[in-house]
Design a protein around this ligand. Structure first.
Ligand code: TYM
Length: 343
C-alpha cells in the first residue's frame, strides 16, 4: 500500500478537512507502516497559486499548516510530510501528463466551473490545469490509495483516466510483448459518515476555507469560546430532533450537526438521535459545542506549541521532501523514457 494525499495551505485547517481527510491520514499512517508501506502527505502550495494570493501569507500559511497537521497526529517520522515546491518532480510530471489530459476532461471538472464562475476568460491557466497537477501528485508515487473528502472524488477519477490513457498509449513492452504499465491507478478513500461536512451557516454548501464568513466553519485553531459561539449561532430549524435518521430528510443543517456529533463521538447518527430525539437545539447545541471543545482542545494546544518554531517546521519539510524526491525519481524517469524524450 502506498498512501498519498494533499491539502492546500490557503488558510486554517477546519473541521471539514479534519473529519473528511486528515483523520484518515492519521489512522492510515499506522496501518500502512505496519504493512511496510509508505504514506506521503503534502502541502499543495503549487496548487495555491491558481487563485489570487498574497506571497507572504502563502509562506506563513504553509508553515502553519505543517504545525496543524503534526498537531492532528501526522507523524513526520512515520509519514513523509513535505510541500510540492520542494519536490520539483511534481511540476515536471504535470507537464508530461499535459500531453495526455484532454481539454474536454478538464472542462467537465466541477471545481473549475465553480471557481472560474462566469469569468472563464479571466481565470488563470493554472486553475484550468489544476487537476493535471493533482494527477501528477499521486501518479508520481504510484499511490494505491488516496484519502480525501467527497469533493475531490472527481479529480481522482480524472487522475485514473490520465493514468489509464498514458499506460494505453505509451506503456513499454516486456520481453513477452506484454505492456508494463507506467502508472498505478489510485483508489480514493472517502469516509462515508464525514464525506462532506457542510457550512454552519448554510446546509447546502460545504464547509470551506474560502467561505467569506468565519462563522461558517470551525477552525482547528479556534479557542473554546469561539467554538461554543459558532455552534450556538449555527443555522438550524425550529423543530426538535427526530428519533430516527429518516426524520432528518430535508433538514440539511440538523443533519450536518448530528453527523458532526456522531463522528466526533465515534458513534452513529442513530445512536445520537436515540439520545437526543425529541430535544430541541437549545439542548443539543451546547452538548455538541462541549464535545467539539473537548476533542479539539489537545490539537489546539499542540498547534500553539509548534507554530512558533519556524526552524523545526522548516526542518520537517526539508527532511520530508528529501525522502519524497527519492521516491519520485524512478517513476518520473520511466515517464520521460516512455514518451521518447531524450535526456
Ligand atoms: P483542500 O485543501 O480543499 O482540502 C483538503 C482535504 O479536505 C477535504 N475537505 C472536506 N472533506 C469533507 N467535508 C468538507 N467540507 C471538506 N472540505 C475539504 C478535501 O476533500 C481534501 O481531501 N485539490 C486538493 C488538494 C490536493 C490533493 C492532491 C488531494 C492537491 N493534490 C492529491 C489529494 C491528492 C484540495 O484543494 O484539497
Amino acid at each position: 500500500m502506498r498512501i498519498v494525499s494533499g491539502i492546500q495551505p490557503t488558510g486554517n485547517l477546519h473541521l471539514g478537512n479534519y473529519l473528511g481527510a486528515i483523520r484518515n491520514w492519521v489512522s492510515m499512517q499506522d496501518e500502512v507502516a505496519a504493512q511496510g508501506g509508505d504514506s506521503l502527505y503534502f502541502l499543495a502550495d503549487l496548487h495555491a497559486i491558481s487563485m489570487p494570493h498574497d506571497p507572504a501569507t502563502l509562506s506563513a500559511n504553509t508553515r502553519e499548516m505543517v504545525a496543524a497537521l503534526v498537531a492532528c497526529g501526522v507523524d513526520p517520522d512515520r509519514s513523509i510530510l513535505f510541500n510540492q515546491t520542494q519536490v520539483p518532480q511534481h511540476a515536471e510530471l504535470q507537464w508530461l501528463l499535459n500531453g495526455t489530459a484532454r481539454m474536454g476532461w478538464l472542462n467537465r471538472m466541477t471545481q473549475w466551473k465553480d471557481k472560474a464562475g462566469k469569468n472563464r476568460e479571466g481565470a488563470s491557466v493554472a486553475l484550468f490545469t489544476y487537476p493535471v497537477l493533482q494527477a501528477a501528485d499521486v501518479l508520481l508515487y504510484q499511490a494505491t490509495h488516496v484519502p480525501v473528502g467527497e469533493d475531490q472524488k472527481q479529480h481522482l477519477e480524472l487522475a485514473r483516466d490520465i493514468a489509464q490513457k498514458f499506460n494505453n498509449d505509451f506503456a513499454p513492452k516486456d520481453e513477452n510483448g506484454e505492456d508494463v504499465p507506467v502508472f498505478t491507478l489510485p483508489a480514493p478513500i472517502i469516509p462515508p459518515e464525514a464525506a462532506r461536512i457542510m457550512s454552519l451557516r448554510d446546509g447546502s454548501s460545504k464547509m470551506s476555507k474560502s467561505d467569506p464568513s468565519d462563522m461558517a466553519r470551525i477552525n482547528l485553531t479556534d479557542d473554546a469560546d469561539t467554538i461554543m459561539q459558532k455552534v450556538k449561532k449555527a443555522k438550524t430549524d425550529p423543530e426538535p430532533l427526530p428519533s430516527e435518521k429518516e426524520g432528518l430528510e430535508g433538514r440539511a443543517e440538523a443533519r450536518n450537526l448530528v453527523g458532526i456529533y456522531a463522528v466526533m463521538a465515534g458513534t452513529t447518527m442513530e445512536a445520537v438521535l436515540s439520545d437526543f430525539g425529541g430535544e430541541g437545539f437549545g439542548k443539543f447545541k451546547p452538548a455538541l459545542g462541549e464535545l467539539l471543545v473537548e476533542k479539539l482542545a489537545p490539537i489546539n494546544a499542540r498547534f500553539v506549541e509548534l507554530r512558533s518554531d519556524r526552524g523545526a517546521l522548516d526542518a520537517i519539510l526539508r527532511k520530508g521532501s528529501e525522502k519524497a524526491r527519492a521516491l519520485a525519481v524512478p517513476t518520473l524517469d520511466k515517464a520521460y523514457e516512455a514518451l521518447g524524450l531524450v535526456r
